[in-house]
Design a protein around this ligand. Structure first.
Ligand SMILES: Cc1cc2nc3c(=O)[nH]c(=O)nc-3n(C[C@H](O)[C@H](O)[C@H](O)COP(=O)(O)OP(=O)(O)OC[C@H]3O[C@@H](n4cnc5c(N)ncnc54)[C@H](O)[C@@H]3O)c2cc1C
Length: 276
């Protein structure tokens, strides 16, 4: 069951639920972050056509989705969409670029062996295929980050929304912007880190981390969350955005909260199985 995959026994005992797959059966009180200061764009269903299918690695593809002229899609960098595949299967994918403004949307999709939509993207999809998606969705977008040390932790295609947020930072005034930006991106081997983060516009420090690097790798080894903590960040001013595998997010949250990070300064999007 989905709930089993997404929550640990401790989290369940603490009363956590996955609100994306649960409905209330009786009155309840919720602890909710107040996002009323932000203009969150409405969720709608849009038709689109595939405009790009570029292999980034043997198991990662960059997909472009072109919307009909005049489509009124708005989204905040970091949000994701729910693609409705040809068979009707619905899967979530983060938007990898900051704004639509007439340009195609970009997704970075990693193949999951035997996966329904992975089979489509990697073996059947063709340019100009007609699809639909629902969005924008999610709350993995920047809050007030003025003067903070903004730190991103990403694994695999978790870099996609980070890329969108970095691009979006270009449009924030220096007074509202973070004091510093650091991106930790983890993979197993060098080819997993499929884009050059230093080429994304903006002033950010990039820390690539590999867990199964060969002997000639001169960068950091291990997991992004461990490398971050070894680098002794100033957690008093830090805001963390973590995206990618649930294992990384869980481990990072636990370690950072234990090290003193307030829980309201840790934001995450876990790329869990999004099959309904
Ligand atoms: C908020 C959100 C954003 C996401 N954004 C992205 C993104 O930008 N890029 C991207 O590549 N993926 C992303 N995902 C994951 C994506 O939505 C799909 O779940 C994933 O691609 C698998 O879909 P599938 O149809 O190929 O496999 P499915 O048919 O759904 O699954 C096949 C088998 O693989 C298992 N499985 C499914 N997903 C995973 C997984 N992530 N890890 C391990 N096993 C899995 C299933 O339990 C099942 O047994 C996101 C997920 C969420 C929840």
């Amino acid at each position: 069951m989905r709930e089993e995959q997404g929550l640990t026994e401790d989290e369940k005992a603490d009363g956590w639920i996955l609100s994306c797959v649960r409905v209330a059966e009786s009155d309840m009180s919720l602890e909710v972050e107040d996002l009323s200061q932000l203009e969150i764009p409405p969720v709608k269903t849009f038709p689109c056509r595939i405009s790009k299918l570029d292999k980034l690695t043997p198991d990662t593809v960059a997909v472009g989705l072109r919307l009909p002229p005049g489509s009124d899609l708005n989204f905040l960098p970091g949000q994701y969409i729910e693609v409705i595949g040809p068979s009707g299967a619905q899967r979530h994918y983060s938007l990898a670029s900051a704004g639509a403004s007439g340009r195609p949307l970009e997704l970075h999709i990693r193949a999951v062996p035997g996966g329904t939509l992975s089979e489509y993207w990697f073996n059947q999809a063709r340019l100009n295929d007609l699809l639909r998606f629902r969005g924008p969705l999610g709350t993995f977008f920047l809050r007030d980050v003025a003067g903070t040390n903004l730190i991103f932790l990403a694994t695999g295609t978790g870099i996609a929304p980070v890329k969108a947020i970095l691009e979006g930072l270009q449009h924030i005034s220096p007074e509202q912007g973070p004091g510093s930006v650091t991106v930790y991106w983890g993979g197993r081997v060098p080819s997993d880190l499929y884009l050059d983060v230093t080429k994304i516009p903006g002033k950010h420090r990039y820390v690539p981390v590999l867990s199964r690097a060969a002997g000639d790798w001169k960068g950091f080894r291990g997991h992004v969350q461990d490398v971050l903590l070894k680098n002794r960040p100033d957690l008093g001013a830090a805001v963390i955005y973590a995206c990618g595998s649930i294992a990384m997010i869980r481990s990072a949250k636990k370690a950072l909260l234990e090290a003193g990070l307030p829980s309201n300064r840790f934001f995450s999007d876990a790329f869990t199985c999004s099959a309904s």
